[in-house]
Each structure stands twice: as structure tokens, then as C-alpha cells.
Design a protein around this ligand. Structure first.
Ligand code: FE2
Ligand code: FE2
Length: 330
């Protein structure tokens, strides 16, 4: 029995009870559209422009009153709502996230620090939020509003306690490890919203379309900036840590193993918060597929990020590096 409708939405053909392969098709459609190499390139090239004239990305209007639970496709409504609650609790509290990132960046790249965390006075009081915060701070209210339109019930986020700024004596290493974590959480959010787009239609899908575009925008900027600042690849760096550990029998102060372990723990926490254990096998498989598919596309785009291209983008923004160890010597 085919439950394919004649409707086309943002993820292609709409199925009332989509199976694994139909969702896979919708994910492919979304990745091709929202993560085309041209779009990723455009989002990264936007970063130096935003250093000078920060402009939040404008959202398309959403018809909130047309949101209904019939727009959820192929996920049990209660599970969908528990995922929404998990997402609300993960997105908040953005102010803490942006300020921690600002502190890691300030000494190394003041313009990027301003982009993520805005400006503060000498006492550390925030004078103006950064562009990243201005865009991200819409997410929790939007998700709460979506939940309320689906359930007619109010919900209050449970705020986790985010990691604070913990500097070592090597600011580059600190920034590398912190930045990697940030980029991966933007990647996780991108995959989640993309997968939710594949499982929704109508105005409900439009909500996730706006969220995913913000996350792709941030992920691309963080990834590209990281590729310029830390040209040595993550995998190579893990190998160096491994050699240092085996040959010298000691690890670096904050080893890449620890950072990898932290990343795995973050993803573990994320899927737990999203009520993963209650999901169907098909939902779990599609979700995993979206992670593979998005990473595949990112790696394809990453292969176009040549040193010349990245230097052309960022060299005008090379900031005060004097007195700080070069990332190449870490
Ligand atoms: Fe977000
Ligand atoms: Fe984000």
C-alpha cells in the first residue's frame, strides 16, 4: 500500500505513514537543498562580512495557527513531543554558551569573539549580545511556542548547567578543544532539525526549516573558521596525541582523547535527553542516517577549503597573535 500523497513539501514527496526508505529519500532531498556545497560556501563567505556589519538572518513568517499534530509524519505524537521537550532543554541557556565561547576567543580573535559573544565592559557586564546569540536566542521560545500549539499546554525549560570558561596555559589548545565541541553541537542540532523536517509537513515543518538554516549557518562558520585557524586535521591531531602518549608515556594537559570522550558523552547526553530509548528502530536508523549524510556533505565541502581560499577569506581579519603560540606549533 502506498500512502504517498500528491503533495510536495520542503522535503519532497509527502507520505502519510513514511517508512525508513521514504524518510531516507526525504533526508537526501533536504541535504541536497539545504547543504549544497554552494550554500555552505556562501554561509562561510558571509562570516567576514558579519564581522563588520552584523545582520541577523531573517526568518520567513510562520502560520502558527495552522500547526496541528496531523503534520507529524511517521513518529508517535508522544515521542515527538518528548523530543521537542528535549530540544527545548538543550537549546537553553544560550547566554551562558555564548559568553563561554567569547572568553575562549577574546585573546585569539577578537572579531570572532564579538560575533559569538558581543561586547562586555571591563567588569564583564554584557553591553551588546553577539550575532550568534541574537540568532540562537530565538530557538527556545520558538520551540516552546511549537509545543504549545501542538498540545495547548504551557511548558517551562529545565535549564542544564553549561560548562564555564576553564583556561589552561595554552589559549590555542583551549580554543581548539572548545571550538571543536561547539562545531559538533551545531552539527548535532543541524542533523536533528533536518530529520524532524523529514518527519513533518506544513507550518510545523517550516519551524524546523528556519531552525535548521540557523544551525547550518553557524556550523558552517565555526567549521570554516576552525579549518583556517587550525589547519592540522582533527584526526591527525588525535594521532599526535596517541604518539605522544605512547612514546613519552604522557598525554598533553587536555588530551584529544579526553576531548573525544567529552564529545561522545555530549552526544550520549543529547540522545538521552531526546528520549532515544523510546524511539522505534526505524526512527533510530533514519536519525543515524541523517548524521552520516550531513557529515558526508560537510567533508565534501571541506575538501574545497584550500589554505589559499581560507587565507583569502580571513587574512584581513588576522588579529593580535603576538605573544600567543602559533597553532602550528602546538
Ligand atoms: Fe539552536
Ligand atoms: Fe546552534
Amino acid at each position: 500500500m502506498s500512502d504517498r500523497t500528491s503533495t510536495i513539501d520542503l522535503a519532497g514527496s509527502v507520505y502519510l505513514q513514511p517508512n525508513y526508505f521514504q524518510i531516507q529519500k526525504r533526508i537526501n532531498y533536504l541535504v541536497d537543498y539545504y547543504l549544497s556545497v554552494d550554500k555552505l560556501r556562501d554561509r562561510l563567505e558571509d562570516l567576514p562580512l558579519q564581522f563588520n556589519r552584523p545582520q541577523p538572518r531573517l526568518w520567513q513568517p510562520i502560520d502558527w495557527y495552522s500547526i496541528t499534530s496531523e503534520q507529524i509524519l511517521g513518529i508517535d505524537k508522544q515521542i515527538f513531543l518528548s523530543i521537542l521537550i528535549g530540544t527545548i532543554n538543550t537549546e537553553a541557556p544560550i547566554r551562558n554558551y555564548t559568553q563561554t565561547s567569547r572568553q575562549y576567543l577574546t585573546k585569539i580573535h577578537p572579531q570572532m569573539a564579538h560575533f559569538v559573544g558581543g561586547s562586555v565592559d571591563e567588569n564583564g557586564t554584557l553591553l551588546e549580545p553577539g550575532l550568534w546569540e541574537k540568532e540562537e536566542r530565538q530557538h527556545t521560545p520558538v520551540l516552546i511556542k511549537t509545543y504549545q500549539h501542538l498540545t495547548k499546554e504551557k511548558i517551562t525549560p529545565q535549564l542544564p548547567s553549561p560548562k564555564t570558561y576553564q583556561p589552561s596555559d595554552n589559549p590555542y589548545e583551549d580554543l581548539y578543544l572548545h571550538g571543536l565541541h561547539r562545531t559538533m553541537t551545531e552539527y548535532g542540532a543541524t542533523c536533528l532539525y533536518l530529520w524532524l523536517m523529514a518527519h513533518t509537513t506544513g507550518a510545523l515543518q517550516q519551524v524546523f526549516a528556519e531552525l535548521v538554516q540557523d544551525e547550518i549557518n553557524h556550523m558552517t562558520k565555526f567549521w570554516g573558521f576552525g579549518a583556517w585557524l587550525f589547519p592540522e586535521s582533527y584526526v591527525t591531531r588525535i594521532c599526535h596525541s596517541l604518539c605522544r602518549f605512547i612514546v613519552l608515556q604522557k598525554s598533553s594537559q587536555i588530551s584529544h582523547f579526553q576531548s573525544t570522550k567529552k564529545l561522545v558523552r555530549t552526544f550520549g547526553r543529547m540522545i538521552k535527553v531526546l528520549n532515544w530509548n523510546a524511539w522505534s528502530w526505524s526512527n533510530k536508523a533514519e536519525f543515524t542516517y541523517s548524521f552520516i549524510c550531513v557529515m558526508n556533505r560537510l567533508l565534501r565541502w571541506n575538501s574545497t577549503l584550500t589554505p589559499t581560499y581560507l587565507q583569502g577569506l580571513f587574512e584581513e581579519n588576522l588579529m593580535v597573535r603576538s605573544g600567543i603560540e602559533s597553532p602550528m606549533n602546538i
